[in-house]
Design a protein around this ligand. Structure first.
Ligand SMILES: [Mg+2]
Length: 164
C-alpha cells in the first residue's frame, strides 16, 4: 500500500525544464500558468492539481525531490498555491535524487513517520535516477512520467490497485 508519493518538479509537474532560471516578480495570467519577469513561462500539467488533491483526500503523504535552488522552488510553489500540498520539499542544487529521497525520509522519521520502501512511489521524467534509488534505498516503486504513465491521475488508479 502506497503511503508516500514523491514528485520530481521540472517536466514532471510542469512543462518548464528549469525553474531555477525564473526571476521575480512572477505573474499568473491563469491559475496554472506562471510567467517570470523576463517572459519565461511554465504551465502546470493538466491533472496535477486534481491528483494532489486526491492524494491529500486519501491521506497519502506528498513530497518533492527536485534539482533546483531551494528558494526558487519555494517561490514557484507558493505562487502556484501548491505549497500546502507538500508535506516535505527537498530542493537541492545537485541532481542526485536518491540523496534527496533519503533526506525526505529522514525528515519524516524526525516527526515519527516511517515508511517501508514498498510504501513509497517516486515519479520522475528521468528514468536515469531510478537505478541509484533502488541501489541505495531499496524497492521504492518508480514511475517514469510520460513513459510509464501519461496522466497524473493514473497515480491514483495505481494506488487503488496496490491497495487490493
Ligand atoms: Mg524532471
Amino acid at each position: 500500500m502506497i503511503k508516500l508519493v514523491i514528485f520530481d518538479a521540472d517536466k514532471t509537474l510542469w512543462d518548464h525544464y528549469n525553474i531555477s532560471e525564473f526571476e521575480e516578480p512572477f505573474h499568473l495570467p491563469e491559475r496554472d500558468i506562471l510567467r517570470d519577469s523576463e517572459g519565461r513561462t511554465l504551465k502546470l500539467f493538466p491533472n496535477v492539481r486534481k491528483t494532489l488533491e486526491e492524494l491529500k483526500r486519501k491521506d497519502v503523504k506528498i513530497a518533492m525531490a527536485t534539482w533546483n535552488f531551494p528558494h526558487k522552488t519555494e517561490k514557484v510553489l507558493k505562487a502556484l498555491e501548491l505549497d500546502s500540498y507538500f508535506d516535505v520539499v527537498v530542493s537541492r542544487d545537485f541532481p542526485f535524487k536518491f540523496i534527496m529521497i533519503a533526506e525526505i525520509l529522514r525528515k519524516f522519521a524526525e516527526s515519527g513517520i516511517r515508511f517501508r520502501p514498498e510504501e513509497i512511489l517516486f515519479v520522475d521524467d528521468r528514468r536515469a535516477h531510478f537505478g541509484n534509488v533502488w541501489l541505495y534505498l531499496g524497492r521504492i516503486q518508480c514511475l517514469e512520467m510520460w513513459k510509464d504513465i501519461n496522466d497524473h491521475l493514473e497515480i491514483i488508479s495505481k494506488l487503488e490497485n496496490s491497495q487490493t
